[in-house]
Design a protein around this ligand. Structure first.
Ligand SMILES: Cc1cn([C@H]2C[C@H](O)[C@@H](COP(=O)(O)OP(=O)(O)OP(=O)(O)O)O2)c(=O)[nH]c1=O
Length: 183
């Protein structure tokens, strides 16, 4: 099985679930199309990643799993921060509010392509500017959608409540993925 993702968290979740995955990241254009909603976007990108890797690298009948995660706040899309100022802007916007984390997953098995989106609601505590600056200074936000990692030593301190799958926020709703692989 191939995992079309460079995300260390996805690799670990698949390996812990017992899949001896080969890692071949997909290099695709991840920009949103005009008018495209965040949930449509993650599903399309997951499919694009799976199809790109499947057509270029998969052996006949080999399964390819791909995913894409974004944060959506009031319908606005928050991807990975461009720099520290961008990370501060995102965290200020998320402070005291509930946002959605959406992960699109695609499983390509030859001609058969299945995809789904899983959504988790995450509520942040009110964050002071000092807290945001301190969090950005840890470096944790930089490679993560929405500029935080719920699994991180510091990121977990921002979160008041979640409704949905924790692993979906981390980047892969592993229970759903395993169930989909078994169908
Ligand atoms: C919100 C949130 C995101 N993230 C991560 C998950 C993803 O790795 C990243 C979103 O970027 P993605 O573009 O989904 O994934 P990636 O670039 O890391 O890997 P690839 O494109 O090769 O599959 O943000 C966390 O780790 N914790 C969190 O709490």
């Amino acid at each position: 099985m191939i995992l079309a993702s460079q995300s260390p968290r996805r690799i670990e979740l698949m390996r812990e679930a017992g899949f001896d995955v080969q890692v071949i990241p997909a290099d695709i254009d991840e920009s949103a199309r005009p008018g495209e909603g965040p949930f449509e976007l993650v599903e399309r990108l997951a499919r694009a990643k799976a199809e790109a890797v499947s057509s270029a690298h998969a052996a006949p009948g080999e399964t390819v799993v791909a995913a894409d995660t974004i944060v959506a706040l009031d319908g606005e899309l928050l991807g990975k921060p461009a720099d520290e100022a961008d990370a501060r802007r995102m965290l200020r916007a998320l402070s005291g509010k509930t946002h959605q984390v959406a992960t699109g997953v695609c499983i390509a098995r030859g001609e058969r392509i299945d995809s789904f989106v899983d959504i988790t609601d995450v509520t942040f505590y009110e964050l002071s500017d000092a807290e945001i600056d301190a969090y950005v200074a840890t470096g944790e936000p930089m490679d993560k959608a929405g500029a935080y990692g719920i699994q991180g030593t510091y990121g977990r301190m921002l979160v008041e409540r979640i409704d949905g799958d924790f692993y979906n926020v981390v980047g892969l709703p592993i229970a759903k993925v395993v169930r989909a692989l078994n169908t």
